[in-house]
Ligand binder design. Structure first.
Ligand code: CP
Length: 315
């Protein structure tokens, strides 16, 4: 694997998930693989799971890790040919070239501005870094995709079910702040790649981008969507058509235990962080339906599988 930007970078999805299961069983088996190698993680936005799981995954493979909060660094210019008189002190070209002299693998987290869809969907920060990078780049959640999360989502679904024919539901839920579409976009993209058709349920106005919806089904009636579901993936996202806006809170869309009783004893998934009793009620979060902590744990095993495949390819 050269870069890990999206599911398209994965040569063999089944093999990646098998590797993750192997990492779960024997986390320190490949401690020698990353010896003498450095991972640099650049965070333009906050993180708990991605920062810790990626660092731990790299360390399990024998790598050293430096994480950088980009608030402590220079502001980057991304346009070519600009006269850099104003607030941007360093061009991405220099930043990427210099970091590649130090690091063997680079991870980047950079969220969207949620002001301009065209700009956000270019995914400029990570794509510009990849353009100038001589080293593999891992997407730690970009403006429009979160592939490390989706890889863990897929592992959790595979681990929790022996059946191929599953009803998987992606349900929008309310949130007080406008959130990106990255987790939902990637979830749909990875489920497609794994051969799953997802039932997506949300209030009108929250339709996801056609590129990611390709082949999946919209059901505007949440209760109808939840009926007989094997997995319920809960996530808020802001509107794509009224770009970046929260159209309404729609509190009745919160996931509760009574709604989960409509499912086929379905598993509840959320990427975290979650606002309890806004997105998901306490009684659902703490119910036997929840596979949320298993999913968070799988962030470690799947990140380790991704780094393992990158290391194997660069050594
Ligand atoms: N799910 C996830 O990416 O969590 P963090 O934002 O805490 O990294």
């Amino acid at each position: 694997m050269k870069h890990f930007y999206s599911v398209q970078d994965v040569r063999d999805l089944d093999d990646l998930i098998l590797t993750a299961q192997g990492m779960k069983a024997h986390p320190y088996k490949y401690q020698g693989l990353g010896k003498g190698k450095l991972m640099v993680l650049l965070f333009f936005n906050p993180s708990l799971r991605t920062k810790l799981s990626t660092q731990k995954a790299a360390m399990n493979l024998g790598m050293q890790v430096i994480s950088m909060d980009m608030k402590d660094s220079w502001a980057w210019e991304f346009e070519d040919g600009v006269t850099m008189r104003f607030d941007k002190a360093e061009h991405i070209k220099e930043a990427a070239n210099v970091i590649c002299r130090y690091a063997d693998i680079i991870g980047i987290r950079s969220f969207p501005g949620l002001k301009n869809k065209e700009e956000d969907y270019k995914d400029q920060v990570i794509q510009s870094f990849i353009k100038y990078s001589t080293k593999p780049v891992i997407n730690l959640e970009s403006a429009i995709r979160h592939p490390l999360q989706s890889c863990a989502d897929l592992m959790t679904i595979n681990d929790s079910s022996k059946f191929d024919k599953l009803k998987i539901v992606l349900s929008w839920a309310p949130h007080p702040k406008a959130l990106p579409q990255a987790v939902s976009n990637s979830f749909l993209e990875w489920m497609s790649a794994a051969g799953h058709k997802v039932t997506v349920t949300h209030p009108k106005g929250y339709e996801l981008d056609d590129y990611f919806m390709n082949g999946h089904i919209i059901e505007y009636d949440q209760e109808k969507a939840l009926k007989n579901a094997d997995f319920v993936y809960v996530k808020n996202w802001s509107s794509v058509s009224a770009y970046g806006q929260c159209l309404s809170q729609e509190d009745k869309w919160m996931i509760t235990k009574s709604k989960l009783s409509l499912t086929n004893n379905g598993k509840l998934l959320h990427c975290l962080p979650v606002r309890r009793n806004v997105v998901i009620s306490d009684d659902a979060m703490d119910s036997e339906h929840s596979a949320i902590y298993d999913l968070a744990e799988n962030r470690l095993h799947t990140a380790q599988a991704v780094i393992y495949h990158i290391l194997r390819d660069i050594l």
